[in-house]
Design a protein around this ligand. Sequence first.
Ligand SMILES: Nc1ncnc2c1ncn2[C@@H]1O[C@H](COP(=O)(O)OP(=O)(O)OP(=O)(O)O)[C@@H](O)[C@H]1O
Length: 596
Amino acid sequence: MSADKNSIEITIPLMQGGTNLHFQNIAYQVRHQKEDKLLLKNISGTFRTGRLTAVLGPSGAGKSTLLNVLSGFKTQGVSGNIIVNNEIIDRQRYRQLVAYTAQDVTLLPNITLRENLHYAADLKLATNVPLAHKVEIVNGVIALLGLQKCAHNQSQVLSGGEKKRLSIGLELVSNPAIMFFDEPTSGLDSVSSFQVISYMKDLARQGRCVISVIHQPSSELLELFDDIYVVVDGRCMYQGSLDELIPTFAEAGFHCPPYYNRADFVLKIASQYDSKCAEVEKLMVKSEKSVSASMNLGIQREYDSTEFLVEGRGPQYPISWWNQFTTLIRRTTLGTVRNPQLMGLRFFGHILFGFTIGFVFHNVGDDASKVLSNISLLIAFLMFITFANAMTVILTFPLEMAVFVREHKSNYYSVSAYYFSKLVADFPWMLSGVTAFQLIMYFLSGQLYETDRVLMFWGICALFGWLAQVYGLIAGCLFPIEVSPFIVPASIIPALLFSGFFIRYNELLDFFKPLTLVSYFRYGFEGLVQATYGHNRTEVGCGEIFCYYRKTSKILEALHMEPNRYWTDVLGLSIWIAFLHIVLYLSLRLRLRWNR
Ligand SMILES: Nc1ncnc2c1ncn2[C@@H]1O[C@H](COP(=O)(O)OP(=O)(O)OP(=O)(O)O)[C@@H](O)[C@H]1O
């Protein structure tokens, strides 16, 4: 993905024709504390091509909600019509036209700005777009947003303003006709804010319809906008040009003092809505009527349907499933390799612990007088594999989840492409860590050197590492980063209790016995015991005159284990892994549902 550093021409094509967006009687209802709450109340309006529109309103008025709905990010509980150039269009076509940049866009920390744009181009542009053209588009976006200086910086070191511009750029690569921004200047100083809004104005001038929620803009910043849309309590208080704003309010009896910031003036009037001011209500009703009237002029047809963004038949994603899958694998692998803590924990952590535990349990493997220590080693072994593999993913996955939700909602790729890419990309790292750990420990602790036995031991370790990783992914998907480091160990302890190590099967109350059948630790522990002492091994070496556990049958008896159950344990672990994969897939879907 090298790019020609000298090529800074702006190559984003101008929009052909214009795209006018009308929205009619949009209502949005949520269920909150067992009550239905109407957040948007039959709100209507028009956003026109080539114009930059500011959405203003007091805090809690419904500005972000309106943008979320109009961008198609929220669809559940929404009714009303979205009309683009006089046509009601389906969800698939609409998503291809629209881009939405939320207030805080989460970015993958270890991917550079240029790489972020390249991956967005790979995922959002049709597969037949040649690489050279994608590079041109990325260079164009970088030049347009003035990001040349930091193009090779990883996202984690970008400044707030650079991140904001990158998030605009990510949407720009697919050259959308309609762009929504939620408070793009929040957290920026006045110079950067001016820059960002100026870029947005350029985008509008190129023939796009650009709409932005803006919080308390300065007079200078407000001047950059062509149109204003004022939202109050989920309704429209004003829609029209910036120039008409003050005269319209004056007509309703609200006069703006000279030299007063127009945005502040409007917000002051809007905040009187709560005190049930009759003049404000009159202004709202008048505005709603005039919005409907102007829309009827703009729309040449009547629409009966109130179903919001119906499902269409066209392809949902810009590129094929296979290309989504391979692009995501490349990106995840790059992010993993660039994450030194994660790599360190995964690989060197396994090696370090392999040596540490290996030396602590030095040569206990083939000595019947040290069987109890060796059995403790087996459970310690499994515990390390579980925590090392589950914890590494729960630390990074919640952040990735935010990226997944944003990108999936922006129609970059399907859930299944992401799901399989995640599993495939992470698998070799897990396997290499577990293998290194096992080999070091196996030989340092003096287990029996038989190829079959080493492979059987490795098989259980690999399955257990895999299980732990998927377990961690589920926790990282469903719980915030502050909660999952507690949830994972707490939920593992019951499985550990019924592993057969802490309390033997026959010592359990009858009531608890069935639980050993669902404990994955039981299958892991028993599998390791069988690989170590079962399967045609009759005796263990003995360095003393008498060793009680010299015969392996005595060891299995003491642990209440039947001989030759290795493959049953493999089956038990495999069923658990298959089950957890289904749970992970459903968790990803659930996570998307929460954000609908
Ligand atoms: N899922 C929800 N359940 C209940 N109420 C909600 C939900 N989402 C938003 N709200 C409420 O809807 C109102 C509008 O929220 P929204 O985020 O759109 O406001 P906003 O105008 O963008 O405010 P701000 O300028 O402070 O960001 C708020 O009162 C908010 O508390």
